[in-house]
Ligand binder design. Structure first.
Ligand SMILES: [Zn+2]
Ligand SMILES: [Zn+2]
Length: 380
């Protein structure tokens, strides 16, 4: 039993006081975990685009002051009432969406869209009592997607924690808690390319490169990367991407370019940009008769997907996925094992590292589009 169990912990957290303003490292109070909650000591966290979107709060509901962060690795400090599958000392990855194991979605083999713990970006409080566990001088600081990992300690619902192999290095596998699993699962769980097949990946950011990594693991022989930024192509080779298409280099639609390159279309495509035109291209570039397109990127709320129904009648399949169809508690531990077994390469996604005191540098790097993942070390 830890000496801090049942006590409020004072620790450092990076607080976003206002939209778009640099985070401020503050001393915060973190209340003990309540029913079905777990208090976690975060050791490493990384920055994902979603943190930046909600920090900028353009087109989103502004919820401030808030502690952002959702890709991370840590160790359980203490558990609240009713928590039986985790105990102090367990190594965990927080996940922005959860698995209660009791709702219809959790009971379905086909879904990971838990009714109770599905991502809710507007909620800044814990679901148990609709209050925050974070405060500064009595003033509550809001949570973010149930994780708030930009804090030395955080409180998370047990359903949003994947218990992983304690031998897995947390400074590496922390990136599996969001973006990398999203892309990897889109390919391995949803697109399911066969060995020797062709796969097109739209968007070569972290999620798209993880989708390419999934295609490499599946044994695809051609992986075609599509991106408007030619600078990404060199880096993408490390992820098994064999050919590149920059839509800006052609006058005709990219789906026609890909159809010509592949004798009628790719076997699979994975769309990771969220741009509606790319989504339509990703669907129309798959081969008739067997092609499968998987949408991962989140579009603008007013976007409309327009294609001829004949494209479907000609036996093309269009699918969408959320968090790579992984159930956080049931499946993420095995993704960590894929890394431990050297099937999945994680190191190549990690391009930068900064101490927690310099967390704003990670934001600068992402805003400049530099690198893939920046690890933030909490003890430095
Ligand atoms: Zn993320
Ligand atoms: Zn559920």
């Amino acid at each position: 039993m830890s000496s801090t169990q049942g006590q409020t912990i004072r620790c450092k957290a990076a607080v976003a006081w206002e939209a778009g303003k640099p985070l401020v490292i503050e001393e915060v109070e973190v209340a003990p975990p309540q029913k079905m909650e777990v208090r976690v000591k975060i050791l490493f966290t990384s920055l994902c685009h979603t943190d930046v979107y909600f920090w900028e709060a353009k087109g989103q509901n502004p919820v401030f002051p808030r502690i952002l962060g959702h890709e991370a690795g840590g160790v359980v400090e203490s558990v609240g009432e009713g928590v039986t599958d985790l105990q102090p000392g367990d190594h965990v990855l927080p996940v922005f969406t959860g698995e209660c194991k009791e709702c219809d979605h959790c009971k379905s083999e086909e879904s990971n869209m838990c009714d109770l713990l599905r991502i809710n970006t507007d909620r800044g409080v814990m679901i148990h009592d609709q209050t925050s566990r974070f405060s500064i001088n009595g003033k509550p600081i809001f949570h973010f997607v149930g994780t708030s990992t930009f804090s030395e300690y955080t409180v998370i619902h047990v359903g949003c924690l994947a218990k992983i192999n304690p031998l897995a290095p947390l400074d590496k596998v922390c990136v599996l808690s969001c973006g990398i699993s999203t892309g990897l699962g889109a390919t391995l769980n949803v697109a399911k390319p066969k060995k020797g097949s062709s796969v097109a990946v739209f968007g070569l950011g972290a999620v798209g490169l993880a989708a390419a990594e999934g295609a490499r693991i599946a044994g695809a022989s051609r992986i075609i990367g599509v991106d408007l930024n030619a600078n990404r192509f060199e880096l993408a080779k490390k992820f098994g991407v064999t050919e590149f298409v920059n839509p800006k280099d052609y006058k005709k639609p990219v789906q026609e370019v890909i159809a010509e390159m592949t004798n009628g279309g790719v076997d699979r495509s994975v769309e990771c940009t969220g741009h509606i035109d790319a989504m339509i291209s990703a669907f129309e570039c798959v081969h008739d008769g067997w092609g499968v397109a998987v949408l991962v990127g989140v579009p603008h709320k007013d976007a409309v997907f327009k294609t001829s129904p004949l494209n479907l009648l000609n036996e093309r399949t269009l699918k969408g996925t959320f968090f790579g169809n992984y159930k956080p508690r049931s499946d993420i531990p095995s993704v960590v094992e894929q890394y431990m077994n050297k099937e999945l390469e994680v190191e190549k996604f990690i391009t930068h590292e900064v101490p927690f005191s310099e967390i704003n540098k990670a934001f600068d790097l992402m805003l400049k589009g530099e690198g893939i993942r920046c690890i933030i070390r909490m003890d430095a």
